[in-house]
Ligand binder design. Structure first.
Ligand SMILES: Cc1cc2nc3c(=O)[nH]c(=O)nc-3n(C[C@H](O)[C@H](O)[C@H](O)COP(=O)(O)O)c2cc1C
Length: 574
């Protein structure tokens, strides 16, 4: 079985085009990329877009993925002598756009890097040599001459913590990097064909921007203060020109819908410490799975303490990250304010990055406990470079916290069926299965009974997976997993094991007999049968995803035995 990830030929090409006055797009086309981040399957490849603006001085906006090293620099040097570039604007430091910053600075050490404060700090680690820099804040301007005055808009968390947008007043082009982008690779530089791109535009929003919908709305508010945007030059996919109004309106609508949940959790951390941004983002992803709004505050720049007090007051849960060190007076004052405004019955969770002289975590947790807050997850401590498992632990911790703050809502929803309907629905029954999945170093499992064959050709079936399940992140389009069938009369041990409440990041297979499938996914040795499957599509069904998958192979260990069947009395439980 050849999966997408094993494709042997990866096509990489580059296209350049004049997109407006003095402005050239350099688009690296990654036709076959089929995976982005841990949980984002792609169907139409992607692009990494970089831009050259030639005023009297010359600026390059972002670079490309390092896999384009040769192609990108061949193209760039065909357009300009890199030593003639005055500024490199780094919209954010994710490697797919900043992967070649180091090479460029080696080629042209006189370039001044323009970026947010956090991005510059991150680049120092990446570049390992002194470089010229200009830190920009919201509203700052950089005059390149010939009317190309670039104004910066801070847009944290879209989708990277250190993101800035850059607006060229001459061409009225807004360079947004990840925001308003899509993973869609084609020769078309622009968005003229809305029908073909809108599904990818939405999917991208849901995966990357949806969890930060409040940040989207804040950034769009700042965008509204610019004098009129004719073009949005994104970092991925076609640039928005023909549908700027329509597609930005969709972002606003989706974000307003997303931002609606009445329950809010505040995530307060110091973004400058080590990996705190990445850990916070994983926790936010986990919280967002439970349909809770998240507000993210950087304690290092939270100066309006009254606003902070109000926010903490209306939060149902609080996450504190990388508690600030004693010398960090702004962050310390902000943390004291959070502590001073916290109240009984809120949930609290703390994570710590290897910051050395951070305020000790456990005494801080005890202060919150003494105030009557509920500890939603054990302290997460990072002592080394984060692994995929730490990110998964953070995500699951976030989900646990989200589930706790919405527990009343969930109970109410369960009670709201009429008695007759409840019983009628209860007559729908299914088998008993354990889904097992592994992605990189991360593995997970869950008991499922909402499983049904859905097609003969190809061989396929659907599983309803609750949106806040731990395993949900390992069941994205393109992911592989195993469906283990439990045996009638012999399922109790496995069922009980997998129904246990696992701590965030716990190994769900400890003590369970397994053997690895071809791709390493654990197959349960005591299952009646198993099938190796691949997720093809997912349909949004309210509180569940209907995950449609095809079957690539399978075996029955005891041909005489039957599948365990699950009969229920009522329809508002599994
Ligand atoms: C009989 C039974 C059937 C279940 N079927 C499903 C299912 O089809 N889909 C689902 O999302 N959860 C189902 N669950 C719930 C999960 O198995 C279980 O609560 C989950 O493993 C715990 O959540 P977590 O994995 O996110 O920690 C079922 C639970 C029981 C008891």
């Amino acid at each position: 079985m050849v999966s997408l990830t094993e494709k042997t030929e990866k096509r990489l090409t580059i296209r350049t085009e004049e997109i407006s006055q003095d402005t050239t797009a350099i688009r690296s086309l990654d036709w076959d990329r089929d995976r982005f981040d841990i949980e984002f399957g792609l169907q139409n490849g992607t692009t990494y877009n970089s831009f050259l603006i030639r005023g009297e001085q010359i600026a390059l906006v972002d670079t490309s993925h390092e896999k384009f090293r040769q192609l990108y620099f061949d193209t760039l040097t065909g357009l300009i002598n890199p030593q003639d570039i005055n500024y490199l604007i780094v919209s954010h430091t994710e490697p797919d756009h900043s992967g070649l910053v180091k090479d460029l600075l080696q080629m042209a050490p006189e370039i001044t890097v323009v970026a947010s404060k956090v991005a510059i700090q991150f680049l120092e680690d990446l570049v390992h040599q002194p470089f010229k820099r200009q830190i920009v804040k919201n509203g700052d301007r950089l005059d390149l001459g010939k009317g190309h005055e670039i104004e910066f808009v801070i847009a944290p968390n879209l989708h990277w913590p250190d993101t800035i947008f850059s607006f060229d007043h001459q061409t009225q082009t807004l360079f947004t990097c990840d925001a308003f982008g899509m993973h869609y690779c084609s020769e078309a530089t622009f968005d003229e064909d809305l029908k073909t791109i809108e599904a990818d535009f939405k999917y991208y929003y849901e995966c990357l921007m949806g969890p930060n919908s409040r940040s989207v709305l804040s950034a769009m508010k700042r965008m509204g203060e610019l004098p009129g945007i004719k073009m949005i030059a994104t970092g991925h996919g076609p640039l928005l020109y023909h549908n700027v109004e329509e597609l930005t309106a969709r972002y606003r609508k989706w974000s307003q819908n997303q931002a609606k949940p009445e329950t809010t959790v505040g995530v307060f951390y110091v973004s400058e410490y080590g990996y705190s941004d990445r850990l916070a983002q994983s926790i936010i992803n986990g919280i967002s799975k439970t349909d809770v709004a998240v507000e993210v505050i950087d304690l290092g720049s939270a100066t309006d303490l009254q606003e902070l007090r109000e926010l903490v007051g209306r939060c149902s849960g609080i996450v504190i990250g990388a508690p600030p060190s004693a010398g960090d007076t702004i962050a310390q004052a902000a943390l004291s304010t959070v502590l001073g405004s916290a109240k009984e019955k809120q949930a609290i969770g703390i994570f710590e990055t290897a910051g050395g002289n951070d305020e000790p975590t456990y005494p801080l947790l005890n202060k919150f406990r003494a105030l009557g807050l509920h500890i939603a997850f054990p302290v997460i401590q990072l002592s080394e470079t984060p692994s995929e498992n730490i990110y998964k632990q953070c995500e699951e911790a976030g989900t646990d916290l989200g589930q706790w703050v919405t527990r009343d809502r969930s109970i109410k929803a369960m009670k709201s069926l009429g008695a007759d309907l409840d019983k009628a629905l209860g007559r729908l029954s299914g088998g008993l299965y354990i889904i097992t999945a592994k992605k990189g170093d991360v593995s997970s499992a869950m008991l499922a009974s909402w499983v049904a064959q859905a097609s003969f050709k190809p061989l396929g079936f659907s599983i309803a997976v609750a949106k806040d399940r731990a395993i949900e992140s390992l069941m994205q389009v393109g992911d592989r997993f195993v469906l283990n069938v439990l045996e009638e009369g012999n399922y109790q041990t496995l069922m009980r094991h997998f129904l246990k409440r696992f701590a965030p990041g716990a190994d769900r297979f400890a003590g369970v007999r397994t053997q690895p499938a071809e791709d390493g996914t654990p197959i349960l040795a005591d299952a009646l049968a198993y099938m190796e499957c691949e997720v093809v599509s997912r349909m949004d069904c309210g509180d569940h995803w209907a995950v449609y998958s095809t079957v690539n192979g399978g075996r029955v260990s005891k041909p005489e035995s039957l599948t365990a069947v699950h009969h229920r009395k009522v329809g508002n439980h599994y």
